[in-house]
Write a protein that binds this ligand. Structure first.
Ligand SMILES: [Zn+2]
Length: 93
């Protein structure tokens, strides 16, 4: 086999290895990629308990105290705020 044959074989092996690694990473990412559904994450208005509503459940009451709930909102941090949002926030409080 000439030298160019080995070179082509080496290139093909390297390419195949890279493709296999990409495939493994894609499989790993798909099996580990999950996040909380925002619509199912609830906060209790009465006691402040934050909990995730089970998938098939329709009972939206708090499991700890039975109080009414509202969709979860991230606590106020002010990091990702525009000036307009900040003005609105200041007006509300
Ligand atoms: Zn509660």
């Amino acid at each position: 086999m000439p030298f160019s044959g080995f070179l082509i074989l080496y290139m093909l092996m390297a390419l195949l290895g890279a493709i296999i690694l990409l495939l493994l990473e894609w499989l790993w990412f798909n099996s580990h990629n999950w996040h909380l559904s925002r619509s199912k994450l609830l906060t209790c208005k009465k006691c402040g308990n934050v909990f995730q509503l089970p998938r098939q459940s329709v009972d939206r009451r708090c499991p700890a105290c039975g109080g009414r709930t509202q969709p979860f909102q991230m606590p106020y941090s002010g990091i990702h705020e525009t000036l307009k949002q900040r003005a609105r926030h200041l007006k509300e409080n």
